[in-house]
Design a protein around this ligand. Sequence first.
Ligand code: ADP
Length: 443
Amino acid sequence: MTSPSRIPEFSEEELKHLRLGQFLQFMWPIAVGFLLLYAVFAVVLRSVSLVGGTGAVLVYTLALARSRRLVARGQSERAALLSGYALLVMVALGAIFVHFLFAALVVMAIAGVVLVQPYAERPALARYMFAAFGVVVWVVGVDVLLPPLVEQPPPALQRWVIALAEMASVGLMLRMMWVDALRLRQSLARAEQAVAIRDEFLSVASHELKTPLTPLSLKLQALRRELSGASASSSPERALGHIEMAQRQVKKLVELVDDLLDVSRIGAGRLELHPEKVELAALLREVVRRFEPEAARAGYTLELEAPQPLTAWVDPFRFEQVLDNLLSNALKYGAGKPIRVRLEPLEGRALLTVRDEGIGIPSAALERIFHRFERAVSGRHYGGLGLGLYITRKIVESSGGGIIASSAPGQGATFTVELPLAREEESPATSVSPPTGSMPRLS
Ligand code: ADP
């Protein structure tokens, strides 16, 4: 598999943010325009109604200015609430002073509800919705039941202002519908891309799962021939050789299925860690020893440097998995050249480096390879699902650490894992969180 395109990371939160930003961008000139219009008419006509209207629009314009700053700082929820409440204040004041704007004001109040609605699951916003409903009832009540409270401007001007206000309200609604359509199109594009990636993944996964099955079945046939005495050169050693080869293929299959299971557990937030105080150097020595026969078979030298015991709070089974992933990658992509593993303390943290001199990784892929299904090699040359480093990162991060890769094509790769060393009072993490955006960097 060549490296698949990534699912664009548009979260619901980002879409809401985008929508709110567009709303404010659109509302801002309208509010400023109305403010000027009201102010000019209020001065020219000396109308109490228009002075009140100017005050109402001023409240809203100031709130919009503040909301725009909040959105720029990423505080969308606060911005939505502020501009929403200010809209309600404007509509309520408008109902008293600008009596004739009744229809446009109701439309504005509803627009305010639509604006805040994407955030509705939060309690503060539920109260906002309630308030918005109250204001709509209030505006309708004031306009339908009460005579105008203050003297209203001449009818010709009223018609103009109403026409403008209604055009602005309709424009606002159309704009919001357009933003919705845009959002739908983005969601559709994301869904289509996700389906394409899933299909590609299914074909790669089936291929990867099938690959060990062919040698496994051949070895079992050969074993059967050995045991039935059909082959002239049958011997227990040859039979054992076949069994060993078959076991290796079964191990590959088990690892693939385990990776797939881990990824779905991480996705559902169900990958549990059971941290213990673990002496990392001893565990590392044990894992390296386990890898030695395979490394020797493939012509690698495996050097380990772990001069002193270092204790950290990790799940030993999962940390072993981290070491397994890094070492098997070094063996897979290390081009038969020496592999060096080193564990050392650094400022209260344990630093583990696995360095090979193999094919290396292009710099553009150094971050990407820690995400699900991401690979930097062609599937025709190297098998794999692109899951090992993703699982590794999740485990390391959930143990309070971080992982980075440094490399250049053809110059080998170095993977550095950093973990906090254990302190007496520490309470460890217990579960691996579902996928999030970017990878934390080692400082
Ligand atoms: P897989 O090896 O199954 O593809 P991983 O998640 O373990 O999945 O690795 C992701 C990608 O990172 C690999 O496809 C490979 O392109 C790159 N990679 C990982 N380790 C190394 C390494 N030691 N040297 C070069 N490339 C590596």
